[in-house]
Design a protein around this ligand. Sequence first.
Ligand code: NAP
Length: 532
Amino acid sequence: MLLLPLPLLLLFLEPEACSLKSKVWSLDPLPAQPDKALLICPLTSPNIGAMRRDAMSAFAQGADAVECRLDFLDALPQADELAQLLAGFADKAIITCRPVREGGRFAGPEDARLAMLAQAAALDPLAIDIEMDVPTERWPKASIIASHHDFSGVPQDLPSLAARMQRSPADVVKIAFTAGSPVDALRALDIVRNCRKKAIVLAMGEAGVVSRILAGKAGAFGTFASLSESAASAPGQPTLAEMKDLYRWNTIDAQTQVYGVIGCPVGHSMSPAIHNAAFAAAGINAAYVPLLVQDGSESFDAFMLALLERAWLNWRGLSVTIPHKENALRFVTAQQCDDLSARIAAINTVTIEADGSLHGQNTDYAAAIDALCAAMRIGRAGLSGRKAAVLGAGGAARAIVAGLAHYGAAVTIYNRTVSRAQALAEEFGCLAAGMDIANESDAEIIINCTPIGMHPNIDASPLPRIPPACRVVFDTIYNPLETLLLRQARKAGCLRVPGLEMFVNQAVAQFRTWTGRQAPINAMRNVVLGGL
Ligand code: NAP
């Protein structure tokens, strides 16, 4: 006999008190318009006992429904085993037995599969998922989710496929395909919005995750979120914890404003965590999503155009990271950026007004300059005439050199590739030298803009020792919080500026620009500290 922990047992003994019952729609037949999209947890457990335990765990973690993936079971269940599995939560269970031809694991005879689904239908589940290629006369007598899966890409005839499925007798239409870019995710959301039936349309893979996070905004029947990363039933599927805590699934509705970070790669970015926490702390109805857009201006432009075509998304801002900062400036145009951002020729922040007009900004330089000035207890004007050495000549160095030069500091750029340092120095009226002589610098301020010392190479430093004239060391690296260079600076008695301050400052500046409100800076800093 299955022994349940007390809280889970109460879940079933007192259904009226259970939060799952707060869904006010009736279950028979399937609701035309459930109030809120369902958060559905797929269960990929190997046996009935484990699947039931996982169902309890999914409900305890906030799932509204579960999808029992019977094709993951070691053996097809008998009727009594199905009843045992679903006891107490059949009305919150979708039953699926996906055949191999649709990307599932069931390789047995079709007749046996359909007979078992008919047995499951007799238990009155929330729905049975049946593939669109099964003739309708063979569909089980139950509420039906008709589904189609394409793991190779986007079906060529996506709109006509959706129209055909909409005309079927299914209660809910489900299409899952593999996204090549976030544009495909927006196409998935379009189908959900335009479908006259309730729909679940998912663009699988990392590039398609927006179709999952914003499913509720588009009015979908539901979206899928796994118990853990290893229990995901499809590529790109977030976990329940990510959906609820990171993306705040429960707060997303038709009015939600959308923000995101464009980059490649983007999976490592802390921006979704920091900005979603900020929106939560400030009580703003907004969601912030990761956008994996492949390198190249065509990919960037295609995504921006797709986003701007869809006013209903209420998309209000973007953070831009490597390799798209230059693409972003070109797309927004220099006229829509402040002068210094235009001179840096790279922006990390795009603001989209309600009328679709765009503004660009580079918050990196201001974030760095303000972190430096705060540590030195001076205003930006106080940098005038001070000698600064910048190590590196890449994107971060460019923004910081531009800022320092703008406020009158005397900057020398030290870089491994001297020609790159020279080109940057010429642009902003600075001096240039090779990295190998940086330890001879007579600068008061030294700023590391190379990745030397960054995790996992934490025993490396760009300088063998801190030069005697140095009073302030700023390391733009924020992982680890205290780099070897900063430890050297501590021993030399210098003021130290950790990269964390710059990282938090640039996000704070974005929040202010987008919302016009003070940023909840402590909540944002804590997210970064917790994520390191
Ligand atoms: P980037 O454009 O790739 O530039 C990297 C620079 O570091 C180049 O000048 C490169 O020299 C130099 N470099 C790389 N590896 C080196 C090595 N082994 N020895 C000597 N020089 C080396 O990168 P980025 O965007 O400027 O970012 C640089 C660092 O800044 C990042 O690693 C990150 O830690 C930090 N950062 C921090 C923040 C923040 O908010 N705190 C924001 C952005 C960046 P060559 O020209 O010779 O290749």
